[in-house]
Design a protein. Sequence first.
Length: 114
Amino acid sequence: MAVIETFHWCVRLDSTGAVDEQILSAQFGDGYEQVAGVGINSERGEWQVNVRMRKPAIDDVYEFLSRHGQKKAFLWEPPMGAMGLYRRSSAIRISGQGRGMFTLSTSFKQFYKP
């Protein structure tokens, strides 16, 4: 059985997240609407993550995210959240900040294992 790695780097305070619930709804002619969650794990989070570090450390973050791609899961504890399974859901963007500092940005999407 494969070991699931943990994303352990600190993200910046300007990282933002959203939690949404997937629902099914049926609207009836008399104004009544029936709503139900999709499956047992209908609530999912997605985070825009920013990490700012010096060159050697940002290489480690980039290597971790590249190795996992957008398909392989990893554990992560979001700000104000519980540890869960996530995967990268967008491109990795890196920008130089000067004096050897770099900011790496990407998105993490929560998912559940069957």
